[in-house]
Design a protein around this ligand. Structure first.
Ligand code: ZN
Length: 271
C-alpha cells in the first residue's frame, strides 16, 4: 500500500487549525492580488469554508497601475467562479490619484510605498474580521528575513510569523508560511491556475527577488536550506512587539503619533 496522499487544500487546512488561525464562526478576509499564491490561497480557503464553520471573503486592492482594470476583471471572474465574495478597494476613489502619480509626487521608492499601502489597507479594511490572510510563501518569508539581516534591519522581520496578533483586532495569518514556492506553482498548475499579470514593474530586479532566486538555486545543492534558514531566523529574532501608539488620525497602530499612510496623505494635502 502506498502512502495515502492528502490533498494540498486539506494539508493547509490542518496546518491552519494546528496554528489556531481560525475558530468556529470566524470571518476571514484574504488578500487577492492576482498572483498565483493569492489565487491558490483563495482555493484553499474555499475548501476550509466548506469543511469548517468559517466564512471567507476576498479583498482586491487596486492601486491603478498600468493594466489594473484588466487585472481587476480577471480577479472578479476568478472569485465568482470560485464562489467567494470579493471586495474591491481602489486607491483612486480614496486618494483621488493613481499609484504612479502618488509615487512621483512623493518622490518615494515605489516598492516601499506599495508594500506600506498593501499592509496598511489589508489590515485597515480587515479590522472588523477575525483574521486577515495573505499568500506569502516560504520563499517570500525567507528572502525577506535574509534581506533584512543583510541590510542590518533584522528586527524588521519580527512581525513575519505564521500567525500574528494585532492590536486592531484581526489576526494576521499566513497559511503558506512553510510552503515552498515550487509547491504552490505545482498545485496551481494542476488546477489550471495561472498568475494574472499584476503590472508590477519592479518584479525582476527587487533585491528580495534576487535573493529568492539565489536561495532556490542554492537549495538544489543543499536540500532543506530554506526551511533551515527560516528556523534559524525564527529562533534568533525577538518576538514582535506591538507598535505602542495609535495614529491620531486613523487609529491604526504606529510607533509615532501619525502612521506612515496618514503622513503620506498629509504630504499630498489630502488630509
Ligand atoms: Zn493613520
Amino acid at each position: 500500500m502506498g502512502k495515502k496522499s492528502v490533498p494540498f487544500e486539506e494539508k493547509i487546512r490542518m496546518f491552519m487549525r494546528s496554528q489556531r488561525m481560525y475558530w468556529p464562526g470566524a470571518r476571514i478576509l484574504s488578500g487577492i492580488s492576482g498572483g498565483k499564491d493569492s489565487l491558490m490561497l483563495a482555493v484553499v480557503l474555499k475548501h476550509v469554508s466548506e469543511v469548517d464553520d468559517v466564512s471567507v471573503e476576498l479583498l482586491h486592492l487596486n492601486f491603478g497601475q498600468k493594466g489594473s482594470e484588466l487585472l481587476e476583471k480577471h480577479v472578479e471572474r476568478f472569485a465568482s467562479e470560485l464562489g467567494l465574495p470579493l471586495k474591491v478597494w481602489r486607491l483612486e476613489d480614496e486618494w483621488g490619484m493613481r499609484f504612479d502619480e502618488l509615487v512621483s509626487r512623493l518622490r518615494g521608492n515605489p516598492c516601499a510605498i506599495c508594500s506600506t499601502l498593501l499592509r496598511y489597507y489589508l489590515l485597515y479594511l480587515g479590522r472588523d474580521y477575525d483574521a486577515v490572510a495573505t499568500g506569502h510563501n516560504l520563499d517570500d518569508v525567507v528572502s525577506f528575513y535574509l534581506y533584512n539581516a543583510m541590510t542590518g534591519n533584522v528586527s524588521f522581520s519580527s512581525t513575519l510569523r505564521p500567525v500574528l496578533k494585532t492590536s486592531v483586532g484581526p489576526l494576521k495569518i499566513r497559511p503558506f508560511f512553510y510552503v515552498r514556492e515550487e509547491k504552490i506553482a505545482e498545485e496551481a498548475k494542476k488546477r489550471g491556475i495561472v498568475s494574472f499579470p499584476t503590472g508590477c514593474p519592479s518584479e525582476e530586479e527587487a533585491p528580495t527577488v534576487l535573493l529568492r532566486r539565489f536561495l532556490k538555486d542554492f537549495e538544489r545543492r543543499v536540500p532543506g536550506a530554506r526551511k533551515n534558514l527560516l528556523r534559524f531566523f525564527l529562533e534568533k529574532t525577538e518576538p514582535p512587539k506591538e507598535p505602542p501608539n495609535r495614529c491620531e488620525i486613523c487609529g491604526m497602530p504606529t510607533s509615532g503619533r501619525i502612521c506612515a499612510v496618514c503622513k503620506m496623505k498629509k504630504r499630498l494635502g489630502i488630509i
